[in-house]
Design a protein around this ligand. Structure first.
Ligand SMILES: [Zn+2]
Ligand SMILES: [Zn+2]
Length: 896
């Protein structure tokens, strides 16, 4: 009975029939869980938590394929591996969606109240959450689902509160009035990183302010005339000669008829407009800073929804944008408007809702960044945390070295409510896990918790340790897996997330969160454009899986790509992947049909593998066996090194090339005569090599194409019943030294290719077999050993080996490799006269083409008038004809 009775590979490759079943089987057997074996080294990856209500896109699929490849590799290497999954509550985006939903039901957030609204958010989360998790399973993600975490679950919320309290007690969190980026639509402060800049066509309004007690004016230019109602100064550059004499004077703010000072400040750009700017400290970040420096008044023109206040009756209650023409009209009427010019500038937009961001002063909570950033910069400088590729540390440094305090409060309800409690009686602030029993200042007992919640990134910054049990420092997982090994993410969130994890880890754990930050690019369409809803060029990974397979999708994302670079998603790659899978399937089927019984293979191994030397008995194998075993041994070394260096694209392409070109196209073809022959002992040898090589390549390929490899390995592995994903990763064996055989076979391959080319060029019918005369001194033995497959693959009938050129007819054609020459007498292979006639005819035709081309290209009428493209085409054609003619002439010379 054959070894593969249990798992036959029958019929065509139909991935749908087994991918999901295999995944279920892995999970049921608990393969995704760490072994928790303390004698083994740990290896841990934290999955970047996607939005809980998100859907899988190509970026996730790439992320997931990379992490899964790494974790599978390390698991097979025997590490105690943990890949921890989870999801993020995504405060702004979830809250926005829920607000829209209740609005469509005619309700507003404030009507519902906090508690009810949060209930709605949870309902939403439960309704739409979990989709992405199912999709990650479909991708084959071998993460430990039992350890999955959610940023709003109990443990992670405790971690957030603890971190806040610690930072506050260390003086690293403070509450202050600050200018923040305000989104009037989301109705919350957003961080600098959440503002996108977009070029917009607008105008520059030139307005003149009268200088007090003089006939003179200062002219200012602004893109936002409506804010002039809140101007509290006019500023010039201190070295601007034009305005030296007016600094320190006072001017009159039109409409408001209010006296404001003219100040000098370095930040003014002499080249912008008139070199004279209005200062509105409440509505512009630069003006805000200037306002602080010069002790100016902060006058709010409009509120947090951009509704105009009561500075000027005529625009009171209007939206700021609608107040603009009213203000401009008034300025014109009172002769304060000088001119209006067209002007294009960058406008900050809310990343979530695309509304124009309003800089606004408000009371917010901040994290003091300077002290936290310092060690985080050092950790990367001294190599404690490595960016792969290294160039991305520049992105990190430029952010961290110029870091501003981090505004962490958000005027949202969905998220971690800030653990600050205000005494209702005296306003004293208590920060802690809960409200105190009584106020430490006034002794009263009524408290109100801060309404705001924390920036989503505050909780995700703690992800590498909060998920492992922190703040419980004795948590087993935390001790075992922190610091983690590698963080895999896109370059677009280096400062949002990577940087924040580094300083948070160093602060809370006194240790880096991960050793390596592996940064990948984004997935673009075939034309290099970003995939987006509006362009409609996105590709749904699930559709690809449906149409092709998970393995094909994973292959297409990793093959040919370099870490850190953007990926052009070429659909051809899916066909390439499918062809490859089919090739594997067919090779596996061929092998399983032709193998001898399992026990004979095992016996062969035990007899010929010398365990104490870890090598093979030399006499057990033929030259081609030694060649492929040697090639395989080197492949193992290369792939292991590639994956360790995160060169996943190179690793996959190397395995692909080995299986396709060396194993299938050469080795299997070389050994067919032996498999079909009568030497039973030799059949055992071939069976051993076929299964050894193919099973090993299945292991090497497993991290990238986990399903088909598992399926094939089940059917071909004849040594044990261990599943591929928990089998041992192959190791390079230094004792295997079939170097000489490898070199010889490489030369023989070259010669066989040469022979095939000659036969093709000379139109030799496959039924006509040639005599091959090998002239070599050095490789006589190897060629003799390879005789059988040389004759088969080179279509030869007889093979002669000699050490000189005696007795070789003059018309023999030759193939040369260094130290080996092969001669092929042509008698009997071709009809000389017929072949000569054919070549002469071809020669005449080509000479005609060359003449035509040369004539055309020397005709000024053509060369001067034809489009360049056409001329180049003709040039290429001519060169090609010349080359063909040369070949035909050579062949004719050979015949003579
Ligand atoms: Zn917004
Ligand atoms: Zn109090």
């Amino acid at each position: 009975m054959s070894n593969n009775s249990k798992h036959n590979l029958e019929g065509k490759y139909e991935p749908k029939e087994f991918e999901e079943e295999i995944y279920k089987n892995w999970e049921e057997k608990g393969y995704f869980k760490p072994s928790m074996d303390k004698t083994k080294e740990s290896y841990c990856i934290m999955m970047p938590p996607p939005n809980v209500t998100g859907k899988l896109h190509m970026g996730h699929a790439l992320d997931c394929s990379i992490q899964d490849a790494l974790i599978r590799f390390k698991r097979m290497q025997g590490y105690n591996t943990l890949w921890l999954p989870g999801s993020d509550h995504a405060s702004i985006s979830t809250e926005l969606k829920v607000v829209q939903k209740i609005r469509s039901e005619g309700k507003e957030k404030k009507d519902l109240g906090r508690e009810k609204f949060i209930e709605e958010c949870w309902d939403w989360t439960h309704l739409y959450g979990g989709t992405i998790e199912k999709q990650q399973r479909r991708l084959g993600a071998s993460c430990d689902w039992e350890r999955r975490r959610f940023t709003l679950d109990k443990g992670l919320s405790d971690a957030v509160v603890q971190e806040f309290v610690n930072l506050y007690n260390d003086g690293l969190i403070y509450r202050g009035k600050r200018m923040v980026n305000w989104c009037p639509e989301c109705h919350t402060a957003v961080s600098d990183a959440e503002v996108e800049y977009k070029e917009e066509a607008s105008h520059l309004w030139h307005i003149r302010y009268k200088i007090k007690d003089s006939d003179k004016y200062v002219e200012v230019a602004t893109t936002r005339p409506e804010t002039m109602l809140g101007d509290t100064a006019v500023a010039v550059h201190p070295e601007d000669e034009r305005y030296k004499d007016i600094v320190g004077k006072t001017c009159i703010l039109p409409i408001m008829n209010k006296e404001i000072p003219i100040i000098a400040d370095d930040f003014v750009d002499k080249e912008f407009g008139t070199g004279c700017v209005k200062i509105t400290p409440a509505h512009d970040p630069n003006d805000y800073e200037a306002g602080l420096r010069h002790n100016l008044e902060f006058v709010e023109v409009f509120d947090d929804k951009t509704i105009m206040g009561d500075l000027w009756e005529k625009v009171k209650g209007m939206k700021a944008i609608d107040a603009r023409p009213v203000v401009v009209e008034e300025l014109e009427k009172i002769d304060a408007l000088v001119s209006i010019e067209d002007y294009t500038h960058d406008v900050g937009k809310c990343e979530r809702c695309k509304t124009t961001i309003e800089p606004r002063i408000s009371e917010q909570w901040f994290v003091k960044m300077k002290t936290l950033a310092e060690p985080a910069v050092k950790a990367v400088e001294n190599g404690d945390v490595k960016f792969v590729p290294k160039k991305y540390e520049n992105t990190y440094f430029s952010w961290m070295r110029n870091i501003k305090d981090w505004c962490i409060s958000r005027q949202l309800w969905w998220g971690h409510q800030i653990p600050a409690y205000y005494c209702e009686a005296c306003g004293h602030i208590h920060v802690g896990k809960e409200a105190p029993a009584k106020c430490e200042k006034c002794g009263k007992t009524e408290f109100r918790q801060d309404e705001d919640t924390l920036d989503t990134w505050f909780s995700s910054a703690l992800w590498p340790f909060s998920t492992l049990g922190w703040p419980n420092k004795d948590a087993e997982d935390l001790k075992m897996f922190y610091p983690t090994n590698v963080l895999v993410t896109g370059y677009d969130i280096i400062f949002f997330w990577v940087a924040r994890m580094v300083f948070s880890g160093l602060y809370a754990m006194k240790d880096k969160p991960f050793a390596d930050a592996l940064i990948h690019g984004i997935v673009r369409d075939a034309q290099g454009r970003k995939m987006s809803k509006s362009l409609g060029n996105g590709i749904d990974p699930l559709e690809v899986i449906e149409k092709y397979s998970t393995d094909a999708l994973r292959f297409s994302l990793i093959s040919g790509t370099t870490m850190g670079n953007d990926i052009r998603y070429l659909p051809e790659k899916l066909d390439q992947a499918s062809n490859f899978a089919n090739k594997l399937w067919n090779a596996a089927k061929f092998i399983s049909m032709n193998l001898v019984e399992t026990n004979k293979i095992v016996e062969f191994r035990d007899e010929n593998y010398i365990n104490n030397n870890k090598t093979y008995k030399d006499e057990a194998f033929k030259i081609e066996d030694k060649w492929i075993l040697n090639r395989l041994n080197k492949l193992v070394k290369d792939i292991t090194q590639n994956i360790n260096n995160y060169d996943l694209g190179i690793a996959l392409d190397n395995i692909y090339a080995f299986i396709w070109n060396e194993f299938c196209d050469w080795y299997i073809e070389m050994v067919k005569p032996r498999l079909y022959g009568n030497d039973e002992k030799d059949k055992v040898c071939v069976s051993y090599v076929l299964s050894e090589v193919f099973n090993t390549t299945m292991k090497l390929l497993h991290p990238f194409m986990p399903f088909i490899t598992t399926k094939i390995y089940r059917s071909l592995n004849c040594y044990d019943n261990i599943d591929l994903m928990i089998s041992e990763w192959p190791t390079y064996n230094e004792s295997i030294k079939f170097e000489k055989e490898e070199i010889a076979v490489e030369k023989i391959k070259e010669i066989i290719i040469g022979i095939r080319n000659i036969r093709a060029n000379m139109n030799i019918h496959p039924s006509k077999k040639e005599t091959l005369i090998f002239v070599t001194e050095k490789y006589a033995k190897e060629i003799n050993d390879a005789k059988e497959f040389i004759l088969k693959l080179g279509l030869g009938e007889e093979l002669i080996i000699q050490n000189n050129k005696d007795n070789i007819t003059d018309n023999a054609v030759s193939v040369l490799s260094d130290e080996i020459a092969v001669f092929m007498p042509l008698e009997g292979l071709i009809d000389f006269e017929e072949e000569k006639a054919r070549l002469e005819k071809e020669k005449t035709r080509l000479e005609g083409e060359v003449a035509r081309g040369e004539k055309m290209l020397s005709n000024p009428g053509f060369v001067n008038k034809a489009p360049e493209e056409k001329i180049n085409q003709e040039k290429d054609k001519l060169a090609n004809y010349k080359k063909m003619l040369e070949e035909v002439k050579n062949q004719l010379a050979n015949l003579k």
